[in-house]
Structures are given as structure tokens and as C-alpha cells.
Design a protein around this ligand. Structure first.
Ligand code: GDP
Ligand code: CA
Length: 315
């Protein structure tokens, strides 16, 4: 078994490479749930859904999330109610765009949660419906919420920052509310202990991998087998390929480079795969206590993703 710590888009692409090189049912992904939200009474799990839709071959490739060929009639119809919603109500929220077909996933998940099923169970049902081979495990079934401190205003929620404000705001602190009281989801600790190899996917180290590692027991499980935990840097040539990872790293006082990533991961990963563009920094990664492996890491297509997956297996 290979176990992968996963956020959304970067992890989904890596996993789509991994299923090409190892049997899909030998793969377990432990997925971030700290981005999850309640909206319109529905439970929305963006990273679980991104990974599911990508592995099902149903993702909108350009956006990287949501379903290909999606329509938006429901959210457009909802806009009628936005002006009548009283101050403080989120009932008419349309900035979080939910596609018509995507809504079905949230309806099903919410109904099953209301019937008393746990998120791990519901996720297994959803992935089965999509014919997804790898097992996706929510990092926890307990409420954990990423909260970000933005200048002057104070704390805001993850989707408010990421979607509504398009992560275009300086962040001075990040915390994972509820993490200290949370428990690893069903199967998570076994998947970390029993895997032949653990991979930390090229996901945002602060807001995607950070919450997974903050679940009590996870960092200890990784540290215990650190020598064969392999991380892939999401930072290439000092920048994130998409999203705010580089700005978040800087804002929180880290270096936005493979060296900054190595320092963040040094307690939990023995090896860091860094891009050829950063080959000159391999010595600094080593000095941070992490073994550097230099390889192409930009997944421009399925072949590149498969090659990166192979690298993480032999690194
Ligand atoms: P989110 O939950 O959808 O925001 O996504 P993730 O946290 O999984 O991924 C965002 C991170 O993935 C960004 O920091 C990107 O730089 C990184 N990423 C995306 N595609 C690639 C890729 O092809 N190669 C590498 N090395 N990193 C990538
Ligand atoms: Ca995410």
C-alpha cells in the first residue's frame, strides 16, 4: 500500500499519475477536510471532491475543480434571493459557485450525514459511485476549520479567503480550529503505519498538508517512519504553480522556496522531491535535514504525473 497525504488540485493530479504506476486499490489518500464548509444547509468537502472528480476523469481540467461540462442554473437562480437576505445571513451566497451536477454530490453527502453515517463511510460511497480505485480517507470526522488572520480585520474562514477574496490578501496567522480536539479519521493511522511508503503530495504545505499533520497522532505516525516519507515540493523556482502557497509561506515567516518547504517538513519527511529548476538549492535542503531528490515535478499532463509518481516510489 502507498499512502498519500492530500489537499486538492496538486494532490489530485499526483494521484492521477500514481494510479498509472501502481494498482489503484493499493493506494490510500488521507485528505484535508479543514476547507470543508456548510453552505445552503449542505456539507461541502472541496478537497475530497476535487480528488474524487479528478480520479474519475470527470474534473474540469482547466479549472482543476468541479465537473467538466458543468452548468450553473441553480446558483444563478439563487442570485434572485441575494438582495432580500438580511444582513448577516449567508442564505443568498453566490460567490461560492456550486455547479448543478456537483450539487448532487453535496445533496447525497448531506443526506447520508443526516442519516447518521460518518464522513469516511459517505466518502467511500461517493467514490464507489464514481468508480474511483484509490481509497480516500477524510483526515478526521471531527470539525476542524482553517482560520486565517488578515490585516486589521482579524480572522476569516478559509473559503472567504480563498474563494470570495481570491486569496488576494496578506495573511499573518493561520490556525486549524478544533484540530487539537480532533481524532484521526477511521483507517488513517493504520494507513500511515502500514504503507510501504508515505508520500506528501505537492499540495499547499500551510493550508492543505498543515491541517492533516495537525490532527493529533498524525505527525507522530509520520515521524516514526520519517525515513520513507517522501514529500513533493509544491514550490517550484520560488513560486506556487497556482494558488497562494508562496504568499502564505512568506506571510508566516517562512522562505517561499524548496528550502522553506524542507524546513517545514523536516520532522515528518526524510526526503523532498524538488524540481530541476531548484537543483542549485539541493545542498540547502540537505542542510535542513531532508534528503533532496531532484527531478521534473511539473505535471503538465498524464505522462508527467506518472513520471513524478514513479520518482516518489523509487526516491
Ligand atoms: P487546493 O486544495 O486545490 O488549493 O490544492 P493543493 O493544496 O493540493 O495544491 C495547491 C498546490 O499544488 C500549489 O502550491 C501548487 O504549486 C501545487 N501544484 C499544483 N500542480 C503542481 C505540479 O504539477 N507540480 C508541483 N510540484 N506542484 C503543483
Ligand atoms: Ca483545498
Amino acid at each position: 500500500m502507498i499512502t498519500v497525504l492530500a489537499g486538492g488540485v496538486g494532490a489530485a493530479r499526483y494521484l492521477a499519475g500514481l494510479v498509472q504506476v501502481v494498482p489503484p486499490d493499493d493506494i490510500t489518500a488521507v485528505v484535508n477536510t479543514a476547507d470543508d464548509v456548510w453552505l445552503h444547509g449542505l456539507r461541502i468537502c472541496p478537497d475530497l471532491d476535487t480528488v474524487t472528480y479528478t480520479l474519475a476523469g470527470a474534473v474540469d481540467a482547466e479549472r482543476g475543480w468541479g465537473l467538466a461540462g458543468e452548468t450553473w442554473r441553480a446558483v444563478e437562480a439563487l442570485a434572485r434571493y441575494t438582495p432580500v437576505a438580511p444582513a448577516g445571513s449567508v442564505a443568498g451566497t453566490t460567490w461560492f459557485r456550486l455547479g448543478d451536477a456537483d450539487l448532487a454530490t453535496h445533496l447525497y453527502r448531506t443526506a447520508r450525514l443526516a442519516e447518521g453515517a460518518g464522513l469516511a463511510r459517505v466518502t467511500a460511497e461517493v467514490t464507489r459511485a464514481w468508480g474511483v480505485g484509490p481509497r480516500l480517507l477524510p483526515m478526521t470526522e471531527d470539525p476542524v476549520e482553517t482560520r486565517l488572520t488578515v490585516a486589521e480585520e482579524g480572522e476569516i474562514g478559509f473559503q472567504e479567503y480563498f474563494v470570495h477574496r481570491r486569496h488576494d490578501e496578506a495573511v499573518s496567522a493561520v490556525r486549524f480550529a478544533g484540530a487539537d480536539r480532533s481524532h484521526p479519521g477511521p483507517g488513517v493511522l493504520d494507513a500511515l503505519a502500514e504503507a510501504e511508503r508515505v508520500v506528501i503530495a505537492p499540495s499547499n504545505p500551510i493550508v492543505s498538508i498543515g491541517p492533516v499533520v495537525a490532527v493529533p497522532g498524525v505527525s507522530e505516525a509520520l515521524a516514526a517512519r520519517r525515513a520513507d516519507v517522501v514529500a513533493v515540493s509544491p514550490i517550484v523556482a520560488g513560486a506556487a504553480l497556482r494558488g497562494p502557497a508562496d504568499r502564505l509561506l512568506r506571510g508566516l515567516g517562512h522562505e517561499a522556496s524548496v528550502v522553506g518547504v524542507a524546513r517545514l517538513y523536516t520532522a515528518v519527511a526524510g526526503t523532498l522531491v524538488l524540481d530541476q529548476a531548484d537543483a542549485a538549492l539541493a545542498g540547502d535542503v540537505e542542510a535542513a535535514g531532508v534528503r533532496p531528490v531532484v527531478a521534473p515535478t511539473v505535471m503538465s499532463g498524464p505522462a508527467e504525473a506518472a513520471a513524478l509518481a514513479r520518482t516518489t516510489l523509487v526516491a
